[in-house]
Design a protein around this ligand. Structure first.
Ligand code: AMP
Ligand code: ZN
Length: 113
């Protein structure tokens, strides 16, 4: 767990951010700059820089199923929602600790910007 990684610090509790959901492998919290009425980040407890650096299929699968559970609990599962992982520069990744965005609560355009 790198000392200087923002999401490692949140996972450790160094930065007090309420978790909306957690499992032994991951935590989820609301995005500080929400892009939809529901915007939650699902983050593995283990530090992995990006999807490109990930090697554990179970860990990556965990993030998607956690997002699906949060979507049901937040009441958007039937209406629909989107899960997104931005990977590296052209996709706009800004925090290099892999995370899944869960967006819902409004109609979402396609293709994304
Ligand atoms: P990305 O640009 O895909 O790497 O996503 C990083 C996300 O982290 C952005 O949507 C930010 O708004 C969000 N973010 C940055 N700092 C915090 C924080 N302290 N708490 C919650 N979300 C954050
Ligand atoms: Zn980290």
């Amino acid at each position: 767990m790198p000392d200087d990684c923002l999401f490692c610090r949140i996972v450790r509790g160094d930065i007090p951010v309420p978790f909306v959901y957690e499992t032994p492998q991951c935590v989820a919290f609301r995005d500080i700059n929400p892009q939809a009425p529901l915007h939650v980040l699902v983050v593995p407890r283990e530090h992995v820089a990006s999807l490109d650096a990930a090697r554990d299929p179970a860990l990556i699968g965990e993030l998607s199923l956690a997002a699906a559970e949060i979507a049901r609990r937040e009441g958007v599962a039937e209406r629909g929602y989107r899960t997104v992982m931005n990977t590296n520069a052209e996709a706009g990744q800004t925090v290099f600790h892999v995370h899944l965005h869960l967006l819902g609560g409004r109609a979402l355009g396609w293709p994304p910007g």
